[in-house]
Design a protein around this ligand. Structure first.
Ligand SMILES: Cc1cc2nc3c(=O)[nH]c(=O)nc-3n(C[C@H](O)[C@H](O)[C@H](O)COP(=O)(O)O)c2cc1C
Length: 240
């Protein structure tokens, strides 16, 4: 079983591709019932890298899993570098294999979406990597192939701490007049942190900052402070 957490679809796509190639199943870890897991021979965990570390719900999820007697692997999808995220995950769930895969950047709070050319290039490279990873999983080969980047220790500790303590605040979320109150953001938020009040979304406190709401709003009406204003949204489907 390959479990994924995904805000904007990259990690979901990676998990589903691998499941197809290894004759396995991919499942959203945010809506998984643990009871059926004991018979699984392989457990894969696929997730986006947030501030060079694993997202909090991924750590919470793996803590509930049993690894003994199974082949386990983890894949962090990231725009550039994973830092020590895979090592951090290992502290909570032992992994036989760890990988990072570069996928299109969705962190539009700090930077623009990449050009179409860069996005298509990353997806193409990922497809090649997934063929190899699938082969390694099928043969139960233990592999570690991670782009950690420079100053990984600092980034995965100090910056990750700052991100989790201060960076995930929901205060800057707002909707523009373009919001039609469709409530899609509220129904699809993985943290279930968006409530519709008087027909408009309101963010409560517990946000993973996956940015699903911003990227998938059909009216493009959601902004996070001034950082996202005028920036393109990312939609993996457009490139597949
Ligand atoms: C809050 C946040 C933090 C991020 N931090 C990193 C990072 O430290 N390194 C990196 O290369 N990409 C980073 N990214 C980019 C994502 O990891 C990348 O786009 C990922 O593939 C998104 O996966 P998803 O579509 O499954 O949500 C970050 C994205 C978000 C939303």
């Amino acid at each position: 079983m390959i479990f994924y957490f995904s805000g904007t679809g990259n990690s979901k796509w990676v998990a589903e591709q691998l499941a197809k190639k290894t004759n396995d199943k991919a499942r959203d870890m945010m809506s998984t019932n643990q009871d059926s897991l004991t018979k699984e021979e392989v457990i894969g965990i696929v997730f986006p890298i947030y501030a060079w570390s694993p997202p909090e719900p991924v750590i919470d999820f793996v803590k509930t899993l049993q690894a003994s007697g199974k082949f386990t692997f983890g894949i962090g999808t990231c725009a550039d570098e994973a830092g020590l995220a895979m090592e951090q995950l290992q502290k909570h769930f032992p992994l036989n294999s760890s990988y990072s895969i570069k996928m299109p950047n969705n962190y539009i709070i700090a930077s623009n979406v990449e050009s179409d050319e860069v996005i298509k290039g990353k997806i193409k490279k990922a497809e090649v990597q997934l063929d190899l990873i699938a082969e390694e999983i099928r043969s139960r080969k233990s592999v570690s192939r991670i782009t950690k980047g420079k100053m990984a220790t600092l980034k995965s500790s100090v910056i990750a701490f700052g991100f989790n303590k201060f960076g995930r605040t929901t205060k800057p979320f707002k909707v523009t007049d373009a919001c039609v109150g469709c409530s899609q953001c509220a129904t699809t938020c993985p943290a279930k942190t968006i409530e519709m009040i008087d027909g408009k979304p309101k963010w409560q406190e517990n946000c993973y900052q996956c940015l699903k709401c911003i990227h998938t709003c059909p009216a493009q009406a959601i902004e996070y402070g001034k950082g996202t204003v005028g920036r393109k949204r990312y939609d993996l489907e457009r490139y597949l």
